[in-house]
Structures are given as C-alpha cells and as structure tokens.
Design a protein around this ligand. Structure first.
Ligand SMILES: CC(C)(COP(=O)(O)OP(=O)(O)OC[C@H]1O[C@@H](n2cnc3c(N)ncnc32)[C@H](O)[C@@H]1OP(=O)(O)O)[C@@H](O)C(=O)NCCC(=O)NCCS
Length: 183
C-alpha cells in the first residue's frame, strides 16, 4: 500500500499528463499560483493569461501549446500523441474560447488487419490539431485527428468535427457542417 502510494506520487510528478487521475499534481490546479507553475512545467507553451482548471485532462502535455487568454474547463480532454518523434501535437492559439467538456484527439487505433483483435493492431500515425486564433468551441465538442478550426469560427455545442473548418464560419452537428459564413 505505502509502496503503491510512493510509486503513484512519482508517476504523477514525472508523467507527461494532467488530470483527476493524477491526484498528486491535480490538487495544484485548484490554486492559481500552483496551477501556473505546474502548467508551465508540463505544457510546451503556457502563458500567464491561460488557465487550466481542475477537472480537465491533458495527455502528452509536452506536445500541447496553449495561447493567451485560453481557459481549459472541467471535463475537457486534450489528447496529444505520447509517442516520441511522432506528429500529433495540439496547438490552441491566442484568444480561443472553449466550453466545458471539449475533447480533442490526435490519434486513431488501427483496424485494417483481418483476424486481429483491434487492441493488438496498434495506432495509425497521429495528426496534429490546430484551433486558430479567436475561434469558439461550444460545450462537449469533439475534434478528431488532423482537424484545423479556422480563425474566429464557431463550433456549435455537441458537434463532432471530422474535417477542417475555414475561417469565419459557424459549423454544427455530427458530422459538423457549415451553417453560415460570417461577414
Ligand atoms: C451554434 C450556435 C452558436 C448558434 O448559432 P446560430 O448561427 O445562432 O444558429 P441558429 O440558432 O440560428 O441555428 C441554425 C440551425 O442550426 C441548428 N443548430 C444550432 N446549434 C446547433 C448545434 N449545436 N448542433 C446542431 N445543430 C445546431 C439549429 O437547430 C438550426 O437548425 P434549423 O435551421 O434546421 O432550424 C449555438 O446553437 C451553440 O451551439 N452555442 C454553443 C453554446 C455553448 O456551448 N455554450 C457553452 C460554452 S461557452
């Protein structure tokens, strides 16, 4: 029990991730000063104006860049690719707004080999996700591998975004489609 406790503490401090499942680092997210120090250690880029709130998850933080004034809210999952030397970073540019529960994925499991259970097939190459400056993602949006969301575009709540979204449009639905072009 004590050994498990010590090992878990070491894992949480060293691992390239944040989230409620890493309690020995997660508590720091409840206080602004400790949140800032922790996030600057873990993420590739984390400015003073950004916030990563308790209850959010990030995997492969060292491949995640977070822009000015960005707030990562509870139940968000940012899943960059943990494999070394692979693509699969997540770039959230300045002034991006995110609702709670946004999920961002850069990878996919392989499923092309016949007669092999998918759990043993490994992963396809990861592709980076970019949320361009000033866009807004509503609550519970899911962004899939390789997607770029355009500058100052809106993604409606609950949308599943499978393809790139141009600048200055509103998209929504599953799969997300353009509802309107903004002037
Ligand atoms: C997308 C959104 C911004 C509204 O944009 P809008 O341009 O005003 O769109 P409208 O309300 O005029 O709706 C246009 C159409 O899209 C549909 N639509 C709107 N939002 C949708 C959504 N999230 N998913 C699917 N369809 C949606 C509407 O039902 C309507 O369909 P219809 O033409 O068949 O009637 C808003 O619906 C939304 O999803 N906001 C996010 C709110 C949120 O998550 N807040 C918390 C985080 S900050």
């Amino acid at each position: 029990m004590i050994k498990g406790f010590i090992n878990k503490r070491k894992f949480d401090l060293k691992s390239d991730r944040l989230g409620p499942d890493c309690p020995f680092t997660h508590w720091r997210l409840y206080f602004k000063n400790t949140m800032q120090v922790l996030c600057k250690q873990k993420f590739k880029h984390f400015p003073d104006s950004a916030e990563f709130r308790a209850g959010a998850y990030a995997i492969a933080c060292s491949k995640v860049s977070i822009g000015e004034n960005v707030i990562i809210r509870p139940n968000t999952m940012i899943f960059a690719d943990p494999r070394k030397g692979s693509d699969g970073s997540v770039i959230i540019e300045d002034n991006v707004m995110l609702g709670s529960g946004v999920h961002i994925y850069t990878g996919n499991h392989r499923f092309d080999l016949p007669n092999v259970n998918l759990i043993f097939q490994g992963h396809s190459p990861a592709k980076s996700v970019i949320l361009k400056e000033g866009c807004w993602l509503g609550a519970n949006v899911i962004i899939l591998s390789g997607v770029i969301i355009g500058k100052n575009s809106v993604v409606g709540a609950g949308s599943v975004v499978t393809k790139n979204v141009p600048d200055r449009v509103v998209v929504a639905g599953n799969p997300a489609k353009i509802l309107k072009h903004l002037e």
